[in-house]
Design a binder for this molecule. Structure first.
Ligand code: NDP
Length: 490
């Protein structure tokens, strides 16, 4: 709901044409700290007028930026990465307040990765090359990879600055101008980032950041005829809405969508390490990472022992104020999301699930007494085809099931409309490679989880999306390949 600025709260501003601007029509959305449930700021509820200004600024900047030498682009992007690192404490605190994630996670994962994303693509633009195909004694083809123009980057609330920069950096590195929209739920670090872009000397209009609701400014942005490509990360239903809204406009789309990721634990795994990593894979960021392993399959002959160890490990997690450096497990991002997660726990019980640990909302003492905290929850006794095991919950809820053979493990893992990521835990490396080939997900981790190399293709299949981010995939997505064929003179 849009409100006019009624009281004195810190206000986020849009970045348009190199300036920080209030929304054109003066509408704002309340920004809530999930750990306390209190409004702590206001976010612009941008409208069509803001979008038109941003498009105009981006179009104006395009020719200059597209023709800026790669070394100059890299210099500016590296300066931006330096500034993120220099301001990491402020950014990590802002992320923890805005999102509810533990501050140590924000610093060591989110903010660290935001700087790494920018630095990676700063280097990439100086190394990017294109193909050449010679036809013997006749002709030479070479491929130009040119920037697309003005592109849209839309990111979700779970890893706010991390995913925001993961899209923006390759778009800028390849010479495009960008209109970016962070989630209205977690806008703060994108706003702080706007200020760093100005300080880094990014030319006016090259990056424009519009805040506001997905249903209004997000939908208008994707449909805008001047937008040539859309890089989107978010829910599968929103991905479908974007596909439908843009179907007749021939835009390039990169869609990174939801997941319901399987974790396969075999009896020959490195037991203690696997318990620790499977718990981390299920509950990092309160289970709000698209890559979290929320369907855990355990080989029958270690099922009891492994389950007991997993429950014990999860019960040791330190739940508390995200701003406390000892906290390992913070708040869910919003009241609405907390109620969605709790409703899935109720559904699991109705479907016959047994709650092995967790299952309840938590009331903390003091500052966080009205925060959105839910216990890390493990559920057993459910069939694979029930809604709890088929729908994305995107919270601190995982289920466990047993399996008796590699074939059964594979069938259970693939029995999902999603196809984002899998982790396999076994010392039998032949089995791991065999399964990796047969599993229907875009990413397979063997004896690890969330070990990222930014050069690798990142993304999912089936309802988890289309297209890939990362490394050359992202550089190719944000450029138009044009073949030039030159015949030799006789
Ligand atoms: P949403 O799809 O609700 O929102 C994602 C972004 O899209 C937000 O900025 C949102 O704005 C905006 N948006 C919403 N509706 C539209 C629209 N019609 N047109 C254009 N933009 C729109 O996802 P969530 O933010 O709830 O994020 C959680 C989802 O993201 C989960 O499904 C998760 O699995 C997925 N995800 C996937 C990842 C991957 O790499 N595959 C990584 C991380 C998350 P606003 O928030 O303001 O409504």
């Amino acid at each position: 709901m849009s409100i006019t600025k009624p009281y004195d709260l810190p206000c986020i501003e849009n970045l348009v044409g190199g300036e920080l601007l209030a929304p054109a029509m003066g509408g704002y959305i309340e920004n809530i700290e999930p750990a306390t449930g209190q409004v702590y700021g206001l976010t612009p509820n941008s409208c069509q007028k803001d979008l038109n200004l941003a498009i105009e600024a981006a179009e104006k900047a395009f020719s200059l930026w597209a023709n800026t030498p790669a070394e100059t682009k890299a210099k500016i992007l590296n300066k931006l990465a330096d500034l993120i690192e220099q301001n990491q404490n402020e950014l990590a605190k802002a992320e923890a307040v805005d999102n509810g994630k533990p501050i140590t996670l924000a610093k060591n994962v989110d903010i660290y990765r935001a700087a790494a994303n920018i630095r990676f693509f700063a280097q990439a633009c100086t190394q990017f090359s294109s193909e050449s195909h010679a036809v013997e004694n006749t002709a030479i083809n070479y491929t130009l990879r040119q920037p697309l123009g003005v592109v849209a980057c839309i990111s979700p609330w779970n890893l706010p600055l991390y995913l925001f920069t993961w899209k923006i950096a390759p778009a800028l590195a390849t010479g495009n101008c960008v209109i970016a929209k962070p989630s209205e739920v977690t806008p703060m670090t994108a706003y702080l980032f706007s200020k760093l872009c100005i300080e880094a000397g990014l030319p006016a209009g090259v990056l424009n950041i519009l805040h506001g609701s997905g249903a209004t400014i997000g939908a208008d942005l994707v449909k805008h005829p001047k937008i040539k490509a859309i890089s989107f990360t978010g829910g599968s239903n929103t991905g479908v809405a974007i596909k439908q809204a843009t179907a007749d406009q021939h835009k390039k789309l990169s869609l990174e969508l939801g997941g319901k990721n399987p974790t396969l634990v075999f009896a020959d795994c490195d037991f203690d390490r696997t318990v620790n990593e499977v718990a981390r894979a299920a509950f990092a960021n309160q289970g709000q990472i698209c890559l979290c392993g929320s369907r855990i399959y355990i080989e029958n002959n270690i099922y009891k022992e492994f389950t007991e160890a997993l429950v014990k490990k999860v019960e040791e997690l330190v739940i508390g104020d995200p701003l406390d450096e000892t906290t390992q497990f913070g708040a869910l991002v919003s009241k609405q999301h907390m109620h969605k997660v709790l409703s899935y726990i109720e559904l699991a019980k109705k479907e016959g699930g047994e709650i092995l640990t967790g299952g309840e909302q938590i009331k903390l003492e003091g500052r966080c007494s009205d925060g959105y905290f839910v216990q890390p929850t493990i559920i057993a006794g459910l069939k694979n085809n029930c809604r709890t095991n088929q729908e994305e919950i995107f919270g601190p809820v995982c289920t466990i099931q047993g399996f008796g053979s590699d074939e059964q493990a594979l069938a259970l893992a693939n029995d999902s409309k999603y196809g984002l990521a899998t982790s396999i835990w076994s010392q039998d490396i032949s089995r791991c490679h065999r399964l990796a080939q047969q599993i229907e997900t875009g990413i397979v981790w063997i004896n690890c989880w969330l070990l990222r190399d930014l050069r690798t293709p990142f993304g999912g299949m089936k309802a988890s999306g289309s297209g890939r981010e990362g490394g050359l995939e992202a550089m190719r997505f944000f450029t138009e390949p044009k073949n030039v064929c030159v015949q030799f003179k006789d």
